[in-house]
Write a protein that binds this ligand. Structure first.
Ligand SMILES: Nc1ncnc2c1ncn2[C@@H]1O[C@H](COP(=O)(O)OP(=O)(O)OP(=O)(O)O)[C@@H](O)[C@H]1O
Ligand SMILES: [Mg+2]
Length: 249
């Protein structure tokens, strides 16, 4: 039996035989506003509050306080979890100033000069400190964009993914859509190294925006091969496995 890490996201785990096989990296792919940050935060929050698994949130785009503030509206208090030593936020964005108008993230870890070895060091340290089992990288695309050469971007992404797998973390790699990218080589490392890929699609049909989850691959797992609607609710993302896209056009 494969040990699985439940996302706790309503409707999602049943698409992947109950959860993500433990200790691998998974790509969560979607365009701007698809809900990657919310999904990743929910994975971490549920891990801590429902499954007793502490988590690391590594941000390369949005500063940690911004994510923490935005997640408050779902009732997910990252400040409190961080204070209780259950969550560690790693700030690898260029924005290092805390938001003085809000609570402070006491243990926020900060990358100085950015490089993947330094980042892996911080992740390892944070993991040890709070005994983390889950991790989110937000986003892998932001990491790729730090390198002007595609080759270098791919090498560094590979290094990060390998490092995370060696640490036995179950990790979501948030990734901008690479399928339609003209510059797809930049993102292809994730396609073969990730143990699984989940897409968050957004379709425009007539006057409607339709959001659908697709599990593209999940090694060692019998997946449900259909597009299932998802939405944002006051409790975060909810997936509707019974609601396929065709029923709603
Ligand atoms: N409570 C809510 N109800 C409905 N929609 C919401 C709610 N909270 C956030 N959203 C929507 O979720 C989207 C943002 O999700 P999120 O930040 O997770 O996207 P993302 O995929 O990380 O985007 P980016 O690529 O810009 O980082 C926004 O479009 C926002 O309007
Ligand atoms: Mg985001």
């Amino acid at each position: 039996m494969i040990e699985r890490t439940k996302s706790g996201i309503q409707g999602l785990d049943e698409l992947i035989e109950g959860g993500f096989p433990k200790n691998f990296c998974y790509a969560l792919v979607g365009g701007p506003g698809a809900g990657k940050t919310i999904f990743g935060s929910q994975f971490i929050y549920n891990g801590i509050t429902k499954y007793n698994e502490n988590g690391l949130y590594v941000t390369l785009e949005e500063p940690p306080y911004s994510i923490a503030n935005n997640m408050m509206r779902f009732g997910w208090n990252f400040y409190e979890l961080e204070n209780r030593g259950k969550l560690a936020l790693i700030n690898a964005t260029p924005i290092k100033e805390p938001d003085q108008t809000n609570y402070t993230l006491k243990g926020e870890m900060v990358t100085e000069e950015f490089n993947v070895d330094g980042l892996l060091g911080l992740i390892a340290e944070a993991k040890r400190k709070i005994n983390a089992k889950r991790c989110v990288i937000d986003s892998l695309t932001a990491l790729s964009l730090k390198y002007s050469e595609d080759f270098e971007a791919r090498q560094q992404s590979l290094k990060l993914i390998r490092g995370l797998m060696e640490m036995n973390l179950t990790t979501l790699l948030l990734t901008e859509e690479f399928e339609e990218s003209t510059d797809r080589k930049k993102f292809s490392a994730v396609e073969f190294l990730a143990q699984g890929i989940i897409y968050l699609h957004i379709y425009r049909i007539r006057d409607f925006i339709i959001r659908a989850v697709e599990v593209r691959k999940m090694r060692g797992t019998k997946i449900i091969n259909k597009l299932c609607l998802y939405d944002f609710t006051d409790q975060g993302i909810v997936v509707y496995p019974q609601e396929t896209i065709f029923r709603n056009i």
